[in-house]
Each structure stands twice: as structure tokens, then as C-alpha cells.
Write a protein that binds this ligand. Structure first.
Ligand code: GLY
Length: 388
């Protein structure tokens, strides 16, 4: 039987697992990632909006602080990744425009603007005409909008590729197999057995397996994180050079109560998303999902129907009961979490890497103050308080 020894085993090689492994290896820890296909996961599906302000939700001010802290870190984070790997992450500080199509949407967006302003966030109200001046492809019926110049984008597939390379260069070992079960001895998690038979002995194990984190074999039921899948269907279109520039920034709207967003990349890709469905582990792309996304996006930007449709895909967001991530120590010695990022996994990648590196290397094993509200114990046997 093949064996592997490490200080830190990261279960899951999506962007959260990769950033955790990269940061741990940079701090001198012998680190391994277990994943049959590292660099995949939910980020392969995601649009990559860094939308701390435009995706603000009522009652989630604590999460907002973490989102803003991570957005602030993005420029240095991607610069460091590119310097380490030579790979571009597609980070684009282009801003976002959230628009309204009817009186109800307009009222909702006005309320959001008032809430943003009350929290000191930067967002500017624009008339429909000013929105169209900024983005001429918008529908003539746009009634107004919010210009948020601080909400940017990154290309999650390129980000994942850069993180994978950075982790390899930092000495992370990639064990290309799934975890069959974790192993415990004397009330402590001691490692894992992989599907290919490899036995991994680890000082600490970090679960970063997205929504799969809630069903890893061998973890006691009361320690398993309360993470559930929330399906998102998403489309990719291509803007031919003759149609460029199509959109210069992310455009989003609420149409008939559903969120729709259009994220234009510099390489001509236009990402159009996303549904949000509580439908278990199903990842089928449905005719209804594609129809609704195209219909709603067409209401906002009618010209999309001219563009080639290049990809339809569905993924699973890892959601928690309070929509916020689960980070750090659990009630089981040797087991830590970095999961449950729900709609904010791409945005929260830099701050998660930093927080997990702190936990893994500090004497106390505590989360740093900026992440303290997101402790993994808050839903577990030893509950902590979280105010979001
Ligand atoms: N943050 C965008 C989404 O989850 O669809």
C-alpha cells in the first residue's frame, strides 16, 4: 500500500483548497492536496464576480466586512500569483452596473442603494439614460441603475490554473485521488485513505471539498459541517470581434424576482448567470434554466441573441445555514474546515488563504480577528456566536 506523510492534508483541490495549500506550503508546512482533478470544483462553473457591494444582502453586514477585506486583497493577491507563476488570472478592475427594468425593480434597487449608503459603501444612482450612455447595449426600457466602480471580476478558471501552479512550485504534493474515508485514532483525526488505496498520515486535515465536505466518510455525524449544495446553471457566449466592445463592465439586474448577470471578459467570453436552485445533488442543465437565463438577460441586453452560445453548465455552491463560510478548528482534534463559501467562493479566496495560514501556523490555532466570526464551531457541538 502506498503511504504519504504530511503536516497538512487538504481535502479538495478547488480554489479554496488550493489557496489554503499554497499558503500553508509558503509557511514551511509539508502540504498535500487530495483531489482526482485539482483546479476544478465550483470555480470551474463560476462567473468570477467580485461583488461585495452589489451582492450585499440585508442582515449580512458581518459577512460584508469579510467580503470587503478580501476584495481589498485582490490586486496584491493576483499580482503575487502572476509573479510566482507567470500566469494571468484575468483580474479586471472594470466595475459593475446594476440596472432596473420596471418600477418594482427600480424600488428594490433604490432600497439597496439606501442600505449601501447607510453602510458607507460607494454606489452611485444613475438615470436610465445615463446607464445607456455607459453601456449602449442596454435595453431602451432600463429605468435606472447603480454604478458600483469597486465591484470587479476575475476569471475563475485562470485563477484556479494559477493557484495550482503556484502550489506545485511551493512544493505541495498532489495526490490525484478522492478521499475514501478519513481515519481517527484516540479522538483525533490522523489522516485519510484515498480511493486509490493510498494511506495519508497528516498532522492536520483541512476539509475544503465544497458541498462534498458535508458527506466525507469517517467524520462523526455531529462534526460534519452543515453544508448543502445550491445549484447554479450558467451560460457562456462569445462576443465576435465585430460586436466588440459589447459590454465594458459587469451588468446585472433583478428580472421578475430572479438575479441575472452578464460578465464580459477581455478575451471575448461573456458569462451569463446564474440560477439558484435547492435541488440536491442534481447538476443537469435544464431547458427551463437556460430559457429563463436567456429570456431575462435578453430583457436587459437584447443584443445577446446575436451571440454564439458556447457552453451551458451547472455547478453546486456550498451553502451554510447563514450563507457564510466555515473556517478553522472543529470539535474533532486534527480536523479543520475551509468550506461553505456559498455565493462568495471566488471573492473570498485571498482572505481565506490568509486566515487558514494563520490558523495552521499560530500557537493558538485561532482565526485572526478579521475572520473570527466565521469559526467552524459555530454550528457544531461547541457552538460559538456569529452575528451576521
Ligand atoms: N456570486 C454569484 C453566484 O453565486 O451566482
Amino acid at each position: 500500500m502506498r503511504t504519504h506523510n504530511c503536516d497538512v492534508l487538504v481535502v479538495g483541490g478547488g480554489i479554496i483548497g488550493l489557496v489554503t495549500a499554497w499558503r500553508a506550503a509558503q509557511r514551511g508546512l509539508r502540504t498535500a492536496v487530495a483531489d482526482p482533478a485539482p483546479g476544478g470544483g465550483a470555480a470551474h462553473v463560476a462567473a468570477g464576480m467580485l461583488a461585495a457591494v452589489t451582492e450585499l444582502q440585508y442582515g449580512e453586514q458581518t459577512l460584508l466586512d469579510l467580503n470587503l477585506a478580501s476584495a481589498d486583497r485582490y490586486p496584491d493577491f493576483v499580482a503575487e500569483l502572476t509573479a510566482a507563476t507567470g500566469l494571468d488570472t484575468g483580474y479586471r478592475p472594470c466595475g459593475t452596473l446594476a440596472v432596473a427594468l420596471d418600477a418594482d425593480d427600480r424600488a428594490q434597487l433604490r432600497d439597496l442603494h439606501a442600505f449601501q449608503t447607510s453602510l458607507g459603501l460607494e454606489a452611485q444612482w444613475l438615470s436610465g439614460r445615463d446607464c445607456r450612455r455607459l453601456e449602449p447595449m442596454l435595453a431602451p426600457g432600463v429605468r435606472g441603475g447603480l454604478r458600483v466602480d469597486g465591484d470587479h471580476q476575475v476569471d475563475p478558471r485562470r485563477l484556479a490554473a494559477a493557484l495550482l501552479r503556484a502550489a506545485e512550485l511551493a512544493g505541495v504534493a498532489f495526490l490525484r485521488s478522492a478521499v475514501a474515508r478519513v481515519e481517527c485514532a484516540a479522538d483525533r483525526l490522523t489522516g485519510a485513505v484515498l480511493a486509490d488505496g493510498t494511506s495519508v498520515a497528516a498532522g492536520r486535515t483541512v476539509l475544503a471539498a465544497g458541498c462534498e465536505s458535508g458527506r466525507i466518510a469517517g467524520i462523526p455525524p455531529d462534526v460534519l459541517p452543515p453544508v448543502r449544495p445550491v445549484k447554479g446553471q450558467i451560460l457562456r457566449l462569445r462576443v465576435p470581434p465585430a460586436h466588440a466592445p459589447f459590454l465594458s463592465r459587469t451588468v446585472r439586474a433583478v428580472v421578475r424576482g430572479s438575479h441575472v448577470y452578464l460578465v464580459p471578459r477581455e478575451n471575448g467570453e461573456l458569462v451569463l448567470g446564474a440560477t439558484s436552485e435547492e435541488s440536491g445533488w442534481d447538476t443537469a442543465v435544464t431547458a427551463g434554466g437556460v430559457y429563463e437565463l436567456l429570456r431575462d438577460a435578453h430583457d436587459v441586453v437584447p443584443g445577446i441573441t446575436e451571440l454564439p452560445l458556447t457552453e451551458t453548465l451547472a455547478g453546486l455552491r456550498p451553502a451554510t445555514p447563514d450563507n457564510a463560510p466555515l473556517l478553522g478548528r472543529t470539535a474533532l482534534d486534527g480536523l479543520l474546515l475551509a468550506t461553505g463559501h456559498h455565493r462568495n467562493g471566488v471573492l473570498l479566496t485571498p482572505v481565506t488563504g490568509d486566515a487558514m495560514a494563520e490558523v495552521l501556523t499560530s500557537d493558538t490555532g485561532e482565526l485572526p480577528p478579521y475572520a473570527a466570526a466565521f469559526g467552524a464551531l459555530r454550528f457544531g457541538p461547541a457552538r460559538q456566536e456569529l452575528t451576521v
